[in-house]
Design a protein around this ligand. Structure first.
Ligand code: ADP
Length: 228
């Protein structure tokens, strides 16, 4: 099964795709994780795009497309793309490369995003995708009841998976978050309309309850589409 998980920055794409990997064994391809690991490694290519990521801007399509092409060629037909495609150019490249079975579209109010991203903590180990959140959000907006308890590590600010320190992502600062959300609406949201126009089935969910429940809802909806 080939899936895209789509949603604004901080909408839980990484967390849900990790949950899907655990429950149904689908491989996660996160362009954000790959780019951050490359930057941390100090490689020449990483140096070229470090500033884009730091400023919350999109890395040029040619670079990201090549990363995804390589990754897809290494993985059999069972993956979920997290953070890609983010531009119409990337979407065109992807659809020329392969057929996508469904798009998981995450809905969330902007107000929740800013609160959630500012409270995100990630594992400092570039080879680990540990991800936590210290915010405790319980409120109702436009009829949507948000119940998002914190996702805390078992030991104070150490990763449950590998024991490394937890840190805040350098682009998870208020001004940069605003920039990323702005870019999402200008360049990335139109990609959803574009993909819809290609008749790819959409699975809609709200980021309003604990991740495990959202993951189960996604699995049920994939079953309804006969994809599982
Ligand atoms: P989020 O979804 O919270 O913004 P990501 O980890 O997906 O976080 O992305 C972090 C940063 O990595 C982006 O702000 C951008 O600089 C870069 N990036 C990730 N994926 C892409 C992509 N598909 N195209 C261009 N830049 C990307």
């Amino acid at each position: 099964m080939k899936l895209i998980i789509f949603g604004p920055p901080g909408s839980g794409k990484g967390t849900y795709s990790r949950g899907l990997k655990e429950k149904i064994g689908i491989e996660k391809i996160s362009t954000g994780d790959i780019l951050r690991a490359e930057i941390k490694s100090g490689s020449e290519i990483g140096k070229k795009f470090a500033n884009y990521v730091k400023d919350g801007k999109l890395v040029p399509d040619e670079i990201v497309n090549e990363i995804v092409r390589k990754k897809i060629s290494e993985i059999n037909d069972n993956f979920i793309l997290d953070g890609y495609p983010r531009t119409i150019g990337q979407a065109n490249f992807l659809l020329n490369l392969t057929k996508i079975d469904a798009i998981i579209n995450i809905n969330v109010h902007d107000e929740i995003l800013v609160e959630k991203i500012s409270a995100r903590r990630i594992c400092s180990n570039p080879n680990c995708d540990g991800n936590y959140n210290i915010a405790d959000i319980r409120k109702k907006i436009d009829g949507i009841e948000y119940f998002l308890p914190p996702l805390l590590p078992k030991n104070d600010m150490k990763c449950d998976k590998c024991g490394s320190d937890l840190i805040q992502r350098s682009d998870d600062k208020p001004e940069i978050i605003k920039k990323r959300i702005e870019i999402y609406y200008e360049q990335t949201k139109p990609v959803l309309e574009f993909l819809k126009s290609k008749n790819i089935p959409i699975v809609d969910v709200w980021m309003c309850k604990p991740p495990e429940q959202v993951v189960d809802e996604i699995i049920d909806k994939l079953k309804n589409l006969n994809l599982l």
